[in-house]
Design a protein. Structure first.
Length: 343
């Protein structure tokens, strides 16, 4: 830089400094005048319970589980009944807190007592899922009561029960009607389950486009099962252009929310993927963690790793033992592999 350029640069810098100094002086003067005239600076307006709840929902969708828990608790303290059920969901899913069905029930009972019909339906579904025969009937009565009050979650809950034939007769057509109604009303679990039905042909004809739309909507709203199944669609190219990068993205989102299938499927991409960087050490950690939590898919592929020496020292005896236990428990993949390899 020549001398003239240096002079110009310094001159410009001097002008900038003078402008900044003048601006700071003006701001200080305004503040002093405001103080001398008795005008106080405006304090931030506290959030309402409804606003804390909305903020919690945004944090939850974004994967900020600790923040979501804090926001929902503040909303609940402020009297928002929906927030009580939301805290129960966090305990039920183990997001931001240790997973606890007992604590989930406590919060669902609080929500139901506060008049939240969706919370009442959540309490009912939890009782049907984990309770005694008498508790299951009480839970079913709660769901029907919430359904009469036009609860979208109750529509999802009863639809899911009719699809399984749990505590009610199996009725795929009634399940479909209830789930479609709940999904149209924006009930994310209904969108997720309906998408899985179209993907698998469970109670409906297979329809990849419908599955993609429904699972995509639910996945973007943070439903972990939908994220895992959407990832599988991209990994396998089911009704969509195959993309390991897209699959890995959704598997990671599902794994962050504690979905064991997503965790296991992400591990397989890290072991054998062609488009994503391989990472056998991380893959084995994911498989071990999911397998220890009882995920059959992870247990099966971990057994194969021992059999084949993939990412771990080969241990045929341990691998065969794992696959035999899975076959005994009724996992078709394990039975098929053992027969095909005469093990």
């Amino acid at each position: 830089m020549c001398a003239s350029q240096i002079i110009v640069a310094r001159s410009r810098a001097g002008v900038v400094l003078k402008v900044c100094a003048a601006l700071l002086f003006t701001l200080a003067l305004d503040a002093a005048q405001a103080t001398s005239s008795g005008t106080e600076l405006v304090a931030p307006v506290p959030l309402t319970a409804a606003q804390w709840f909305e903020q919690g929902q945004t944090a939850l969708v974004g994967g900020l589980f600790d923040e979501a828990l804090q926001d929902f608790r503040k909303a609940a303290t402020g009297g928002n009944a929906h927030a009580l059920a939301a805290v129960g969901d966090l305990y039920h899913l183990g997001l931001g807190v240790a997973r606890s069905d007992r604590d989930a029930l406590i919060w669902y009972r609080k929500a139901a007592a506060a008049g939240d019909v969706d919370g009442q339906a959540r309490l009912g579904l939890a009782l049907v899922g984990t309770g005694t025969a008498a508790e299951q009937q009480a839970g079913l009565a709660l769901i029907r009561k919430a359904l009469a009050a036009n609860s979208a979650y109750a529509q999802y809950a009863l639809g899911s029960l009719h699809l399984q034939g749990k505590a009610v007769p199996r009725d795929a057509q009634l399940a479909l009607t209830l789930l479609e109604t709940a999904a149209r009303r924006g009930e994310v679990p209904a969108q997720s389950l309906l998408g899985q039905m179209y993907l698998d042909g469970n109670g409906v004809e297979k329809h990849s486009a419908m599955a993609l739309e429904l699972l995509g909507d639910a996945a973007r709203m943070g439903d972990a099962t939908a994220q895992s199944r959407l990832g599988a669609m991209f990994a396998e190219g089911w009704g969509v252009e195959r993309s390991e990068h897209e699959a890995a993205y959704w598997f990671e989102r599902a794994a962050e929310r504690g979905n064991l299938d997503g965790q296991a499927l992400l591990a397989l991409l890290l072991l054998d993927g062609e488009e994503v960087p391989r990472d056998p050490l991380k893959a084995l950690d994911l498989l071990r963690e999911a397998a220890a939590s009882g995920n059959a898919l992870a247990q099966f592929h971990l057994g194969l790793c021992f059999l084949q020496g993939r990412g771990v020292p080969q241990d045929s005896a341990q691998g065969q033992n794992m696959l035999r236990q899975l076959a005994k428990a009724g996992l078709p993949e394990a039975t098929t592999y053992l027969k095909e390899h005469s093990l």
